[in-house]
Every structure is written in structure tokens, then in C-alpha cells.
Design a protein around this ligand. Structure first.
Ligand SMILES: Nc1nc2c(ncn2[C@@H]2O[C@H](COP(=O)(O)OP(=O)(O)OP(=O)(O)O)[C@@H](O)[C@H]2O)c(=O)[nH]1
Ligand SMILES: [Mg+2]
Length: 326
């Protein structure tokens, strides 16, 4: 998907051309954003791209794939990998998620570990530190959510991570407010090698609209649900129909659930819940896709979908286009 036009007078085409012309003089490479679930990786990627590519929620395990976000400017091209939070996987789905994250860590030119600075250091954090410590590519630590932390409480945490000797730099940030994010970005550029852009500089992401639309619907499901439901749901695009000559997209999507009780909750009394999710999703999709959307949203009972290889493959079908780096 291309970067949408900027409305501040800056011409993206010209910026892209300038980047292309800068070519080998600029830097280019991939940066894996990694960490435990809920650390703020997706919020940070969106912040650094100044566009929403990844969905965000207050529930852990929101991101389920390696998502690519592309930043191109006069400094070169930085390709972000937003990754699923690393956790102990209990289902096939979760094993895939952790594998996606590990693959991204291994593939990337640089790694940025995100830590929730408002949470106390625990065994999960120690595990992440070991994991990142093992890799040899350049590493940077972003201590996120500092808007929730008093400065004096931050210092011992900085000290602990500094003593590990793993990181080229430690940058306190708030992905939510943007505080410290320019400094983080400047430090990340320093970790990338010189080289020509990996992708067409006009691209914002490599993922097709179909995938991004399913994610945005899932975001509304996550926002509306609690307890086990966020983990037990997925969104499958069943049909995507563009009408020739009409500015209208007809979208038929299913929300998968595992148990009848979950279906009952999602449908809600007199269909109120599914209706509210559908309305929120439609508004978001219309803005995102820039056209009118007819959205048919159904709840579909699929016991054990998180273990089902074929269904997981169907859910991943729209993730990537045939878009190899240049
Ligand atoms: N206060 C505060 N909240 C933040 C900040 N960054 C992210 N959050 C919130 O933290 C929650 C998790 O954010 P995400 O970006 O979805 O986290 P993630 O690391 O991508 O999570 P997973 O995809 O589940 O691994 C959301 O409710 C965000 O709004 C921050 O700097 N400050
Ligand atoms: Mg995420």
C-alpha cells in the first residue's frame, strides 16, 4: 500500500524521488521492533511512520504477524518489522506468532527492544534481555510509556539495562505522546548500513488492503471484548467485491470464535454487540480506504481454529503480496 498524500504541502512524490536520487548515499535497512506483548511496539511503529499500519489494543497478543512499515526520507529508508509479543505459546496460532517474531529478529539489520517502563522487571523481561543479548546485530533499547513513570523510578531501570552491556543506546520514550521518539529514530538511523532503498520509496507497507482491512475489523473486536474473547477471535475476509464504476466496496467478513458462549457474547442482546462492532469498523474502513463500504459481519463458530492448520493458512492468505525487496 502506498503512503497516502500528505496535506502539509510536502509532495511525497518529490520526497520519494529525492530519496531515490540520494540512492547509495542514504542509509537503508530493516529494524525489528521486539518485546513482550503490550509493550507498545505497534504504537511505536505507527508513531515513527506517522501513519497507522498496525492495529493497537490494550489486550496483549494483538499483533499476530510480522508487519512491514516503510519510512523513506532524505536520510534513506528504514523498514520496520512490527512483531508479535514474545510469550509462552500454547496454541499453534501462538507458536506461529512467536516464530514470526523470532524470524524478524534474525532477519533484521538492527533490533529495537521495547520495554514497558511502567511495569516491574520480571522473568519475561529477563528472558527478552537474554534473547536480544544472544544476537550480534546492533541493538537499541526503547524504554516505553515514560508518560506513566516518575523520573526517579526510571533511573534504576535504565541502570539495570545499561549494566547488561547489550545496547548501543537506551532511549526513554513515550510512543503514545511522541516524547523521545525523534531521538530514538535518530539513534536507529545510526545503526543502519549505507545503501539504496529496499523498496519503492512511495510504499508505506507491503501488505494488501484486504489484510489491513481484516486487521482493522479485528481491532474493533478487541476493543469491545474482554477476558478470553480477544485471544479466541480472528477475522476472515470471505468476499471482497468492488463494484465497477461505483465508489463502493462490498465486504463480507466473519469473526471466528471457538465456543457457542463466545458467539452469544459477540452477537449480544438483539445483535447489539455485533452491530456496534460493525458500525465502528465500517466508519474506520471508509476513512482508511477512501470509499463507501458495505460491511456484512457474521460471527462464525469454528471450534479449535487456533490449532487448525488450514484455517490459520486461510487467515494468512492475504498477508503478503508478491513484493520482493528490490
Ligand atoms: N500510556 C502509554 N500507553 C502506551 C504507550 N505505548 C503504547 N501504549 C498502550 O499500550 C497498549 C499496547 O500497545 P500496542 O502498541 O498494541 O502494544 P504491542 O507491543 O504492539 O502489543 P502486542 O501486539 O500485543 O505484542 C495500548 O493500549 C497502547 O495504547 C505509551 O507510550 N504510553
Ligand atoms: Mg502489536
Amino acid at each position: 500500500m502506498k503512503r497516502p498524500p500528505v496535506h502539509d504541502g510536502r509532495d511525497v512524490g518529490a520526497a520519494a524521488a529525492a530519496t531515490g536520487a540520494a540512492g547509495a548515499r542514504g542509509r537503508a535497512g530493516t529494524v525489528a521492533l521486539v518485546g513482550r506483548p503490550n509493550a507498545g511496539k505497534s504504537t511505536l511503529m505507527n508513531r515513527l511512520l506517522a501513519e497507522k499500519v498496525a492495529i493497537v489494543s490494550d489486550k496483549p497478543q494483538t499483533t499476530r504477524h510480522r508487519l512491514v512499515g516503510i519510512l523513506s526520507d532524505e536520510r534513506g529508508q528504514m523498514v520496520f518489522y512490527d512483531t508479535p509479543g514474545i510469550h509462552r505459546p500454547l496454541h499453534r496460532l501462538n507458536k506461529q506468532m512467536v516464530r514470526h517474531a523470532m524470524d524478524a529478529v534474525n532477519d533484521a539489520d538492527a533490533r529495537c527492544l521495547l520495554v514497558d517502563a511502567a511495569a516491574t522487571f520480571g522473568s519475561g523481561d529477563a528472558y527478552m534481555l537474554d534473547l536480544i543479548g544472544e544476537s550480534r546485530a546492533p541493538r537499541l533499547l526503547a524504554l516505553n510509556k515514560i508518560d506513566k513513570v516518575r523520573k526517579p523510578d526510571l533511573l534504576p531501570m535504565i541502570d539495570r539495562y545499561a549494566r547488561s552491556g547489550v545496547f548501543a543506546e537506551i532511549v526513554p520514550i513515550s510512543a503514545a505522546t511522541g516524547d523521545g521518539c525523534d531521538r530514538l529514530l535518530a539513534a536507529l538511523w545510526q545503526l543502519l548500513p549505507d545503501g539504496p532503498p529496499l523498496y519503492d520509496p512511495e510504499l508505506l507497507t507491503i501488505h494488501p488492503e484486504r489484510f489491513l482491512a481484516a486487521e482493522r475489523i479485528r481491532e474493533k473486536v478487541l476493543a469491545a471484548t474482554h477476558e478470553e474473547l480477544p485471544f479466541a477471535t480472528a477475522v476472515l475476509i470471505e468476499r471482497w467485491e468492488e463494484e465497477e464504476g461505483r465508489d463502493l466496496l462490498r465486504l463480507y467478513a466473519s469473526i471466528l470464535v471457538e465456543r457457542p458462549g463466545q458467539k452469544k457474547i459477540l452477537v449480544g442482546r438483539q445483535g447489539q454487540m455485533i452491530k456496534a462492532i460493525g458500525t465502528a469498523a465500517r466508519h474506520d474502513l471508509e476513512e482508511f480506504l477512501g470509499r463507501r463500504v458495505f460491511l456484512d459481519l457474521q460471527v462464525r463458530l469454528e471450534p479449535g481454529w487456533r490449532e487448525d492448520r488450514a484455517l490459520l493458512a486461510r487467515l494468512d492468505r492475504d498477508l503478503d503480496v508478491d513484493l520482493e525487496p528490490r
